[in-house]
Design a protein around this ligand. Structure first.
Ligand code: AMP
Ligand code: GLY
Length: 422
């Protein structure tokens, strides 16, 4: 039986918490720091997750057998390395392996070395501003300019003109996100999909493919966000395409990481562009996606605690999974009007219980807080209203019916989640 500490506080962690608590092998779950929704599932503990020593001490005092890391920041800061040094099992990659997400340049060079399909690119270091300006000014259009380091999802510009491209280059070299240099890459056409592989360093299992909706507005208009909704399984990723992804992407990444002495343990998030039978990597992340996880976990029938523990210990046990795609799930994000720009916080939320009176609906908390005993908004993405169904359209309509029951003054959501697949 596992005694698990989950790190994080968003909708993704709420979904992971619910799935872990429901696992046959989970004896006890703590979440640091958690949120008001997670408190319904598990014991939330107020540890500063940047304080590795505090996390280690908590694990020792409470006989924690497994740490599951939700967000990328603690992985980028080496939390998995610190814990492993104390012989604590971790589901999450080392700081070195996390470079697949923390450095776009590393990730592109790695893919090139290991023949993983991705857009052609050039990498420019912090001293290469002039070359980058010239290159971006001559590249075929559209052209994609990416900050090399972590930029909270804001470091990518798809430029339609050379002026826009050069403006993005200047912004990034002026230190908008730091001084890590940039990657300039070709534009990929097709539909995006997210595929999560649970990895033990050498082997992996693939979960249900999902699709996120990154833009704030219906029909994919307006600004990029952290994700406005997701559904799984995404029919665009057929069984044949999933096999191609496993062989030409995930297998090569895991083998390459072993060959380079930084085996990848944790969730490898493949952000993909799919065009007919062609698949290219847009990006890797080294953790589960948000909000895709809310949908992917909803259709996963597995002892997830045992799955993650076996991966963390280097011998993944696929028999812990009964099905990766039990029906369909749709997650609609309820946001604060104004997001991803400025928005108001602290507005009272009502109707979650009514929404959850439908047994097929779960409301995941992302940006909420309790103030004077009342649940209020506390983020751009507030709730993830998730429903399951035996068809995708059933899941979608249940999810939207539940959304209608929830209210707060600044409530905003997209009305077309999963529409493309219906
Ligand atoms: P990334 O952070 O690398 O995932 O980029 C953010 C978003 O920018 C992606 O989800 C895509 O919508 C878009 N994007 C990034 N790279 C490309 C590319 N090479 N071609 C087309 N769109 C891209
Ligand atoms: N849904 C995209 C991400 O988690 O980065």
């Amino acid at each position: 039986m596992e005694r698990i500490l989950l790190i994080g506080s968003g909708g993704r962690e709420h979904a992971l918490a619910k799935t872990l608590v429901g696992s046959a092998s989970c004896e006890k779950l703590w979440v640091a720091p958690g949120n008001p929704g997670i408190e319904r599932e598990a014991e939330c503990v107020a540890i500063n997750v940047a304080d590795h020593v505090a996390i280690e001490k908590f694990c020792m005092r409470n006989d924690v057998t497994l740490v599951v890391v939700g967000p990328e920041q603690p992985l980028a800061e080496g939390l998995a390395d610190s814990l492993r040094a104390e012989n604590i099992d971790v589901f999450g990659p080392s700081r070195a392996a996390a470079q697949l997400e923390t450095s776009k340049g590393f990730s592109k060079d790695f893919m090139k070395r290991h023949h993983v399909p991705t857009a052609p690119y050039r990498r420019f270091g912090s001293n290469d501003r002039d070359e980058a300006m010239t290159y971006a000014g001559q590249h075929s259009l559209p052209v994609v300019i990416k900050y090399d380091g972590l930029a909270a999802g804001k470091g990518v510009v798809v430029a339609e003109t050379h002026a826009q491209a050069q403006q993005a280059v200047e912004l990034m070299f002026d230190g908008a996100f730091g001084d890590d240099g940039i990657v300039v890459e070709g534009f990929l056409t097709g539909q995006e999909a997210s595929v999560f592989a649970v990895c033990d360093g050498r082997d992996f299992v693939v979960l249900a493919p999902a699709q996120d909706h990154k833009r704030i507005g219906d029909e994919d208009t307006g600004k990029n966000t952290g994700g406005m909704g997701a559904y799984a399984p995404a029919p665009i990723v057929t069984k044949e395409i999933l096999d191609v992804i496993s062989e030409t992407i995930i297998r090569r990444v895991l083998d390459g990481m072993v060959a380079e002495d930084m085996p990848f343990v944790g969730c490898l998030f493949c952000g993909l562009m799919i065009d007919g039978s062609n698949v290219s990597v847009v990006e890797f992340n080294v953790r589960f996606g948000d909000p895709e996880t809310q949908a992917v976990m909803s259709v996963l029938d597995a002892d997830v605690a045992a799955l993650f523990a076996s991966a963390a210990r280097g011998s993944i046990d696929a028999s812990t999974i009964r099905s990766t795609h039990m029906g369909f799930a749709c997650n609609v994000v309820l946001a604060s009007r104004g997001y991803p720009d400025a928005f108001e916080k602290g507005l009272p939320i009502t109707g979650i219980e009514e929404a959850e009176s439908d047994p097929y609906v779960t409301v995941y908390h992302a940006g909420t807080r309790v103030s004077d005993g009342e649940l209020v908004t506390n983020g751009g993405r507030v709730l993830g209203v998730t429903a399951v169904g035996s068809t995708l359209s059933e899941a979608v309509s249940r999810s939207y019916q539940a959304c209608a029951k929830i209210n707060y003054d600044t409530k905003y959501h997209r009305t077309d989640i999963a529409k493309r697949a219906l």
